[in-house]
Design a protein. Structure first.
Length: 141
């Protein structure tokens, strides 16, 4: 599975792309929705938050050695009017709490924000079953 974030002027999106055999489509959707629900419903552990934080801070530091990364950082920042130094991003990361992560996840992964697109062959009835999985996600959220 691959994820991506798109930031725009007044909106954004987070995507999860995955590839699976048609026979595994329902299971893949079910597992993905359950993980998203878990992220929104359970606070991240202190150890996991610290691991992610340190990885992000390291990645920011490492990005200084990449002309491409610096071009994206400051070029994109100039285009959208958000100019932030690496130090500012690192400092902000140091202050993020499990509560902040969970609150963001609840907002981002709220059922009304969910869009699911399946491309490729599927068996008869899978569309209905997929809608039912999404409905169960919304009910459990």
């Amino acid at each position: 599975m691959e994820g991506a974030i798109g930031a725009y002027d007044e909106t954004g999106c987070m995507t999860f792309d995955l590839s699976t055999a048609p026979n595994n489509l329902l299971q893949a959707v079910e597992v993905t929705l359950e993980e998203i629900r878990r992220i929104a419903g359970e606070p991240v552990t202190t150890a996991e938050l610290e691991r992610i934080r340190q990885s992000y801070i390291f990645d920011l530091e490492y990005s200084r050695d990449s002309a491409y990364e610096m071009g994206v950082r400051y070029g994109w920042g100039e285009l959208v009017g958000v100019k932030r130094s690496i130090e500012e991003d690192q400092e902000e990361a140091r202050h993020i709490t499990a509560d902040v992560v969970q609150e963001a996840a609840r907002s981002i992964f709220a059922p009304q924000n969910l869009n699911l697109v399946a491309v490729g062959p599927y068996k008869k009835g899978m569309k209905k079953q997929t809608r039912e999985l999404v409905g169960r996600y919304a009910n459990r959220f």
